[in-house]
Write a protein that binds this ligand. Structure first.
Ligand SMILES: NC(=O)c1ccc[n+]([C@@H]2O[C@H](COP(=O)([O-])OP(=O)(O)OC[C@H]3O[C@@H](n4cnc5c(N)ncnc54)[C@H](O)[C@@H]3O)[C@@H](O)[C@H]2O)c1
Length: 345
């Protein structure tokens, strides 16, 4: 299958690109190369004849039209987005532009292309979204695919809007689509502004390891390569016009994650003092959702997908990866906003 992947130079998109090529698919990676992108993420596959790269903004209708006409994909996996909640608090405009206007522009280009090709039945527009569209849970319960949308941050609101656009292009114009809502990812190539890499890198640098509020916010963590595997499963076997929630059934409080990482570093890169002593509680993020948890029953029973690693195994692989790939993360630490506290106001 030839897959047009948007955002393939980002964290999750690059895991999708790497796995899709490994699985024998052709990939056209469409990425604007924003601050969050890194082409080194796909260096393992970028000389493969099955891989092509187009630097383009998904908000550029003429470019999207050209790219569909040139490459004639069998499917789209749409991951390009502004993805950092803290940045969405300080500067929501880019989130509205890329996540909403960009998704609209891509949908229009995909629809015109699909129409022009005679509406092939096997075509799929796969929209990759987040569990954050469902809002915050209390101490009990899990998100299911019918949970009402209740987003709280500019990021999650813009993703919710894009989900609605995709669904409506299916209902109104018949565009074949699948939609996935996934919990928090972690793993190799995670941009060094997100919680898990920040903890690893600050700990290694001997700096304070920041924990928002009391660290009691709960997330349901999924190893990024398991997410990529789930996405390719849904693309190929998911039912048309259906949503699948994807989660690792690995709930943990942020403070527990931080302590697990510190313990792994004590083992893998020991120093004289335990890394936990660097933990520093800082002002919470405004509108910080308390808890997310995914019920993955649908993807498990209908498509037979399960994560391959536990949280403990995935975190160990991740910490080891950051220890082994210093060149990768050092090169990103000079980028705008990295290493500074964002999203306080
Ligand atoms: N990170 C998570 O935990 C998580 C969880 C669930 C869902 N998601 C969703 O998965 C997708 C990928 O997330 P990520 O963490 O890999 O993000 P990321 O920020 O690491 O990567 C986003 C990529 O999109 C590209 N991009 C941004 N704006 C663009 C534009 N206008 N045109 C073309 N390319 C553009 C960037 O250059 C970057 O390569 C997003 O849609 C996100 O909402 C993320």
């Amino acid at each position: 299958m030839k897959i047009l992947v948007t955002g393939g130079a980002g964290f999750i998109g690059s895991a999708v690109v790497r796995q899709a090529i490994r699985d024998g698919h052709e990939v056209v990676n469409v990425d604007a190369l924003t601050y969050a992108a890194c082409l080194a993420n796909v260096s393992a596959v970028d000389t493969d004849p099955a891989y092509a790269f187009e630097q383009a903004d998904i908000c550029d209708a003429a470019e999207m039209k050209r790219i569909f006409a040139t490459h004639k994909p069998d499917a789209v996996m749409h991951l390009a987005a502004e993805s950092h909640v803290d940045r969405s608090i300080d500067g929501p405009q880019a989130f509205i532009q890329t996540n909403i206007v960009g998704t609209f522009t891509l949908l229009q280009a995909a629809l015109a292309y699909w129409d022009g090709m005679g509406r092939p039945e096997g075509f799929r527009f796969h929209h990759i979204s987040t569990d954050e569209v469902y809002g915050s849970l209390g101490a009990e319960g899990q998100f299911v695919e019918t949970t009402p949308y209740d987003p709280n941050s500019p990021y999650s609101a813009s993703k919710a809007a894009s989900d609605h656009l995709v669904r409506s292009w299916g209902e109104t114009y018949g565009l074949p689509y699948v939609l996935t809502n996934c919990s928090n990812n972690y793993g190799p190539y995670h941009f060094p502004e997100k919680l898990i890499p920040v903890v690893i890198l600050n700990a290694l640098a001997g700096k304070p390891v920041p924990v928002y509020g009391k660290g009691d916010n709960v997330r349901d963590w999924l190893y990024v390569e398991d997410h990529a595997d789930a996405l390719l499963t849904v693309l190929q076997n998911g039912a048309n016009a259906r949503t699948y929630n994807i989660g690792g059934e690995n709930e943990a409080q942020n403070i527990e994650i931080v302590r697990m990482i510190c313990a792994l570093l004590d083992e893998l890169r020991p120093t004289n003092t335990p890394y936990e002593e660097q933990i520093s509680f800082v002002t919470d993020r405004p509108g910080h959702d308390l808890r997310y948890a995914i019920d993955p029953e649908r993807i498990r029973t209908e498509l037979g997908w399960r994560p391959s690693v536990t949280l403990e195994q995935g975190l160990r692989k991740t910490v080891q990866w950051y220890l082994d790939n210093e060149d990768w993360w050092r090169a990103l630490q000079d980028r705008d906003g990295v290493g500074t506290r964002l999203g306080k106001s």
